[in-house]
Ligand binder design. Structure first.
Ligand code: ACO
Length: 323
């Protein structure tokens, strides 16, 4: 079960109006109309994925009443690690002093936290893991092309952390669903700059080590896949839409969120939306939203929440959780 959640964001707020100051031809109206985004947080000096994830983890652990030495594992969903080797999860382990925990990253892009939570549930089912820290975190500002208005207006930085413990009967994860389709990988990717095409001055000049996206194709696939994931979530849990108290979808774009809610027959009053303040924080988006939902008192004993995610890969999935 998800015992407690916390989140952390960088200090700096970057509004839609701020793009003018870096020479990007766009407008608040264009961005809001197509995405619902009004601002995002951007990491500055001294802030990175490790610091954000560690801060979020400390909040979640304090709320759960769990100490670092009690952690059996740290699973960190991210597509923007601090270093390509080793994982950011081991850096977080060291920063927390969680010496007993096994720590590893999981790359499922925007579905990173959802995949990580389901992997953690599987680890607990083995009987050897009791308390697992599941984090979704990104510092996407360091892997987007700040000269490409097709992508740079969409993303933000942040981290959300969840302490997971073994569930008691009838509580915890009621249904879990994960899918991937690697045949569509090139629609949203970083073409070069890693093992397949190690960094060269030419790659840096052309910016092909940054995120590139075919926006319209991604949009269509996101709507289709999140609808599929919502259906599977309800089927798996043997519930109907009216049984869901709160839908927490991946916060990519308000139009994708609205289409998912409509397909699932869940009214927008029951949908948690914060994309306007954070932008798309990829793997961090769902745990940040969950943490805010907790803080707003929207999650009580017995509340049933549906999570739906979609990301590069493509990867997608869902979960129904009873708190
Ligand atoms: N400001 C102003 N104009 C812009 C901007 C911008 N920031 N970006 C693109 N445009 C222009 C384009 O150049 C184009 O102009 P042209 O017709 O003269 O060439 C015009 O706006 C229309 O561009 P489209 O790409 O057709 O715009 P669209 O309505 O599809 O909206 C958007 C683009 C918002 C990216 C949309 O496709 C989308 O939301 N896609 C989903 C992508 C997404 O959410 N990805 C996140 C990662 S995946 C995930 O998290 C699930």
């Amino acid at each position: 079960m998800l015992a407690a959640t916390g989140h952390a964001v960088p200090k700096r707020v970057f509004t839609n109006h701020d793009f003018a100051s870096i020479g990007i031809e766009t407008s608040d109206e264009w961005i809001r109309e197509r995405t619902g985004i009004g601002q995002r947080y951007i990491a500055g000096e001294g802030e990175n994925l490790t610091t954000l994830c560690t801060e979020a983890a400390k909040v979640a652990m304090q709320r759960a009443g769990v100490t670092a030495s009690e952690l059996d594992a740290i699973v960190l969903g991210t597509a923007s690690p601090d270093r390509l080797l080793p994982s950011t999860a081991v850096e977080v382990q060291a920063a927390l002093g969680a010496s007993r925990a096994v720590a590893f990253d999981l790359d499922a892009a925007c579905s990173g936290w959802l995949y990580s939570a389901q992997v953690a549930e599987g680890l607990m089912a083995t009987g050897t893991f009791e308390t697992i820290l599941v984090i979704g975190g990104e510092v996407l500002s360091r892997i987007i092309n700040w000269k490409d208005r097709n992508t740079c207006v969409l993303f933000g930085d942040g981290a959300g952390a969840t302490v997971m413990k073994r569930s008691t009967r009838g509580r915890g994860i009621l249904s879990a669903y994960m899918r991937s389709d690697g045949t569509l990988a090139d629609l949203l990717h970083r073409p070069k700059g890693a093992g397949n095409a190690p960094v060269t001055p030419e790659i840096i000049l052309e910016g092909s080590h940054y995120i590139q996206m075919a926006g319209r194709e991604v949009f269509k696939n996101a709507v289709r896949s999140m609808a599929d994931a919502a259906d599977r979530a309800l089927d798996g849990a043997k519930l109907s839409a009216t049984d869901i108290d709160l839908l927490i979808p991946h916060q990519a774009n308000i139009r994708i969120i609205e289409a998912t809610a409509k397909h699932a027959n869940i009214p927008m009053e029951k949908v948690f939306v914060n994309v306007d303040r954070y932008g798309n924080t990829s793997a961090a988006s769902i745990p940040i939203a969950l943490s805010e939902a907790h803080e707003k008192g929207l999650i009580k004993d017995g509340t049933t929440v549906m999570f739906v995610a979609f990301g590069a890969g493509f990867t997608w999935g869902s979960m129904v959780v009873r708190f």
